[in-house]
Write a protein of this length. Structure first.
Length: 530
């Protein structure tokens, strides 16, 4: 399907670069709240599948793959507003938001084995914070954000803090590292303060009935297609052209990298362009049961290359290398395991006390790789056969030597990753039987926590940069004061901000929940930390 090179009618056109959740949300809001005809909206996605980091692929034969999953909770106002008008494909009278809420009420999360230490499952582990740790946390909460700058978490806390149960649960739940941004850590502490009373049980977390591609992306794509929105995959945007007026305020063209020769979309003065900056799953690579995932860095094309080109035009467009320039500090590795007629889920239910879908992350604190696994409610995929089960795991330190296999996770096949996992579980003589029925697919992600890298105020551009007339930025690498990256909510919020501002709508962006301003929330959080 060819891409229009310019408007064919008097209607303004909208071009959205990036088909992740931010781009799909922007397209939805342009139609739903802005009244734009779907046929005037064009979403350009570089990969072969929409959804960005909200993915889920494969089948029972080749194996399922989930690179990761985002956390949900009740105060994701932008996200739940977006999906409140997207119907559930199996029941058009029910919205996706209603479906998630109903599932969360039916399958409640309360982990009985959040940490495993020395082979022992700990229920509601004590946080283990010292008086100094609590004092440092309190001081950070009261500290103004502008005074933090590029400081890291380890700049603020003593070495002992990073050996507490609190830190092991925190870093595996949110994927923080000691060298990550203190500013982002503070935002998380404030944004999710209301979850602190159930923190060591993972209570208060919302989940989708299936993986997030099947539960969120597929219904959104279906709705957009019904509205006539133009959706293009395998479309690389190489660069963005700005009017030559000194200050880049107006986009005039979009340069595409075609299969044979470059192409250009001409952008009119009344047209809109919304560009997704960066990607935390850029350059992801998968392995197999027999072959390790091969790490890729510094891609010459794609989301990071595009942002670098854009950033050369103005200091207001951010500094991408702050986020993608230190792969050793932004990488980790995940794995997805497909099981057929296996006793593994039953064994884990006996060990943890949680049926699949009710426990969340199980973290092996003794693991050199710091491995965690989560057994989702089954089936986890729409096309999953009844005798097949799927679980996901990841490790924050893939460069360290494994306790059993004696080499880095980054050099391990899926089989070796499972062998390392089973070393931390009392599964006895069931290991060979489980391995025989398993297909473990590792996934290397060099930029997965790049949004947590220490940054200064102008390293992330505003959603609407100063002077911008017909364009906006979307996604995890724009600046949304007070909100937390690495969430679906953040991307959807940037879409609301961009669409409502560019179209001049009177509709307000949903406010960010600020539980830290409520005395009851603060009191309960302090009591949980005590």
């Amino acid at each position: 399907m060819p891409i229009d090179s310019g408007p064919k009618s008097e209607d303004r056109q909208a071009y959205i670069v990036g088909g992740g959740i931010g781009g799909l949300a922007a397209a939805t809001l342009l139609v739903r709240d802005g009244g734009m005809p779907g046929e005037c909206i064009h979403v350009l996605e570089q990969s072969g599948q929409f959804g960005g980091s909200l993915d889920g692929a494969g089948d029972a034969e080749v194996g399922y793959v989930i690179r990761g999953g985002r956390m949900f909770e009740e105060h994701f106002a932008c996200t739940y507003d977006l999906f409140s008008t997207i119907p559930l494909p199996s029941d058009p009278e029910t919205s996706i938001t209603e479906d998630i809420h109903a599932f969360t009420r039916r399958v409640r999360t309360s982990s009985k084995a959040r940490l495993v230490i020395g082979g022992r499952m700990l229920e509601a582990p004590p946080l283990g914070l010292s008086f100094r740790d609590k004092w440092d946390l309190a001081r950070l909460m009261l500290r103004p954000e502008f005074s933090i700058g590029t400081r890291t978490i380890e700049d603020c806390f003593s070495p002992g803090f990073f050996g507490t149960n609190f830190w092991f649960m925190w870093c595996t739940m949110f994927a923080f590292q000691p060298w990550h941004s203190l500013m982002e850590f503070r935002r998380y502490m404030r944004r999710f303060m209301h979850l602190m009373p159930g923190f060591n049980r993972l209570e208060g977390i919302h989940r989708t009935p299936f993986n997030q591609y099947d539960s969120l992306v597929l219904p959104l794509i279906g709705w957009l297609q019904k509205q006539g929105v133009n959706l293009y995959t395998n479309t690389f945007v190489r660069d963005i052209d700005f009017a030559d007026t000194g200050t880049p305020t107006t986009i005039t063209g979009i340069a595409l990298e075609g299969q044979t020769e470059p192409r250009r979309i001409n952008v009119g003065g009344d047209d809109l362009v919304l560009v997704t900056l960066g990607s935390m799953t850029e350059a992801s690579a998968i392995g197999s049961m027999e072959v390790p995932a091969r790490w890729q860095t510094d891609p010459k094309r794609g989301a990071w290359a595009l942002w670098r080109n854009i950033a050369q035009r103005s200091s207001d467009f951010g500094r991408p290398d702050v986020f993608c320039g230190q792969v050793e500090k932004s990488k980790w590795e995940s794995f997805t395991v497909t099981l057929r007629d296996s006793p593994f889920f039953e064994l884990m239910a006996q060990l943890t006390g949680n049926a699949a879908g009710t426990g969340g992350l199980v973290t092996f604190r003794d693991s050199n790789w710091l491995m965690s696994v989560v057994l989702a409610y089954q089936p986890h995929f729409l096309n999953q056969p009844p005798n097949v089960q799927v679980f996901w795991g990841y490790a924050l330190f893939p460069e360290r030597l494994g306790n059993r296999v004696g080499k880095p996770m980054s050099e391990c096949s899926g089989k070796e990753i499972l062998e390392e996992l089973f070393f931390h579980l009392p599964i006895g003589d069931l290991e060979d039987q489980i391995l025989a029925s398993a297909n473990c697919i590792p996934c290397a992600m060099p930029y997965i926590t790049s949004q947590f890298m220490p940054r200064s105020a102008k390293d992330r551009p505003r959603v609407i940069p100063p002077g911008a007339r017909n364009f906006a930025f979307l996604g995890q690498f724009c600046e949304v004061p007070g909100d937390t990256v690495f969430t679906v909510e953040y991307s959807v919020r940037t879409a609301q901000m961009a669409v409502y501002k560019l179209l001049g709508l009177e509709r307000e962006v949903a406010p960010i929940y600020r539980g830290y301003l409520h005395p009851g929330v603060v009191f309960r959080a302090l009591r949980a930390l005590a």
